[in-house]
Design a protein around this ligand. Structure first.
Ligand code: FAD
Ligand code: SF4
Length: 463
């Protein structure tokens, strides 16, 4: 071990600068800044190179974390960017939105006693900085195979699949019903976690790799699924999970009650200045907003409501704080930004005559009922699978839950061998990084199935 291996003793964990609360709630910028090169190098030097990289194993895409940390220490930025992309087609996204405390950083050896390495922030730094300096994925050795694959859905699963197909010399045509790529990265996750520019840059990178995007094109409506099956050598379905869990609350049809995802989508369109943005700009001035639910979607709703100038924002969750499904970091950020939490309270009705005026709640411990005044109620109870009709009519088997069933023999191949699937439509609502994993593996599996690519040992090892 060298002296450098003990840097963590003298150098504490330090995240990039955070926007002060008073500033960040006035706008939509990401609240975490970026490392300057010296800061990234210093934080990368905290890696112990412990020999048991639990961080790698806990990372769902098994990033070569200690290896790219070493490259950052040695100022070999472009090599770090190339290595980061070997395992992760969207590293700058995962570096921003992964719940690192539960994944790589939670498993870091230093986490017991010395605070983990800032793995996510360094992953973001590597790619942002490499892009800024002109680095791009090098596909100069890729030989075109003449094969073509249709990818349905431009979310993280579809984009990761398209990336791997392009690297295997397969033409990827990505179809999405939305006007921009990203799926929930663009239309769900708000810009204070992931600025819109990140996906706009990634679109340019993927297009330069040869990926074609067909936006505002809904498969099953604008183009029949059988048309894709006829025109392409294989199809990847990365359509996500969009059925909102319905609590069937009395009064939920009242004006003033909003569903989480349509609310976040409308806000994203307003920020993107899309032609589909709301006719009347969204503004919650003087509104008392209550968000029902305790997951990441609920946290994104409360923090969005704060930025829309709400007079007050409360989050009601039926269990205690320890059992909240939302990331600890996001709960802390919401609290810092002025959100009030009511734990151990379950909603029993949304109340009002012509529009919402309150929510009736029950204390889940004492059974006592109470009323919380509200002008706007946003329900965020999670999402279930939303399988399209055209899947089963083309021989794609579904699980009982509606999720797409994939075979064990070829990763992410469905019961129709020409159709592959991955991401939330296979797992149920999950994480960006697991969707990235599935898209990556499905892209490789398609390449093998089409025998289009000489699949390398390194790729097999990450499969
Ligand atoms: P999606 O991202 O949903 O993409 C599916 C795409 O398919 C969409 O663009 C959709 O328009 C398109 N599509 C669907 N049907 C069709 C069709 N018939 N024709 C054409 N296009 C179609 N995860 C994290 O790791 N960290 C977070 O901080 C985080 N925050 C979240 C916040 C919110 C509000 C939500 C809802 C989820 C969050 N998640 C987070 C979860 C994460 O976003 C998802 O797990 C991930 O995006 C799933 O990726 P996907 O590619 O499977 O699906
Ligand atoms: Fe950590 Fe996510 Fe990056 Fe893996 S992809 S190293 S879990 S931030």
């Amino acid at each position: 071990m060298s002296a450098r291996d003990f840097r963590f003793l003298e150098l504490p964990r330090k995240m990039p600068k955070e926007l002060p609360v008073q500033v960040r709630v006035q706008g939509w910028s990401e609240i975490y800044g970026s490392f300057a090169p010296a800061g990234a190098t210093a934080q990368a030097e905290r890696c112990l190179d412990c020999g048991n990289p639990y961080c790698e194993w806990k990372c769902p895409v098994h990033n070569y974390i200690p290896n790219w940390l070493k490259l950052v220490q040695e100022n070999r930025l472009f090599e770090a960017a190339t290595l980061a992309h070997e395992t992760n087609p969207l590293p700058e996204v995962c570096g921003r939105v992964c719940p690192q405390d539960r994944l790589c950083e939670g498993a870091c050896t230093l986490n017991t006693g010395f605070e983990s390495v800032t793995i996510g922030a360094i992953e973001k730094y590597i790619v942002d900085e490499a892009f800024k300096q002109g680095w791009r994925p090098d596909l100069s050795n890729v030989v075109a195979t003449g094969k073509r694959v249709a990818v349905i859905g431009a979310g993280p699963a579809g984009l990761s699949c398209a990336d791997r197909l392009a690297r295997a010399g397969i033409q990827a045509d990505v179809f999405d019903r939305y006007e921009e790529i990203g799926g929930l990265l663009t239309f769900g996750i708000p810009p204070f976690k992931l600025e819109k520019q990140v996906m706009l840059t990634r679109r340019l990178v993927l297009e330069a790799m040869g990926v074609n995007f067909h936006m505002r094109t809904e498969i099953g409506t604008d183009i029949a699924f059988e048309q894709l099956l006829a025109d392409y050598d294989a199809v990847f379905v990365g359509t996500g999970a969009y059925t909102a869990v319905d609590a069937n609350l009395p009064g939920q049809a009242l004006p003033g009650r909003l569903e989480a995802l349509p609310f976040l989508i409308a806000n994203a369109r307003q920020i993107l200045d899309s032609d589909l943005k709301p006719a009347v700009p969204m503004d919650f001035s003087e509104k008392r907003v209550v968000v029902l639910g305790g997951g990441d979607t609920a946290m994104d709703c409360v923090r969005t409501a704060i930025r829309l100038n709400a007079a007050s924002v409360s989050c009601v969750y039926r269990r205690d704080e320890v059992n909240m499904p939302g990331s600890r970091r996001e709960v802390g950020n919401a609290r810092d930004e002025g959100v009030k939490f009511m734990f151990n309270h379950a909603p029993i009705a949304i109340v009002g005559s012509e529009c919402v005026d309150s929510v009736r709640l029950k204390d889940t411990q004492s059974g006592v009922e109470k009323t919380l005044i509200a002008d706007i109620v946003i329900t965020a109870f999670g999402f279930r699978a939303s399988p399209a009709d055209w899947l089963t009519t083309h021989g794609v088997a579904l699980e009982e839950s509606g999720r797409i069933a994939v075979t064990k023999a070829a990763p992410f191949q469905t019961s129709n061998p020409k159709i592959f699937a991955g991401g939330d439509n296979v797992r149920g609502a999950d994480l960006v990084v697991t969707a990235v994993h599935d898209g990556r593996e499905a892209g490789l599996a398609i390449a093998r199935w089409l025998k289009a690519a000489k699949v390398t040992q390194a790729e097999l090892l990450t499969a």
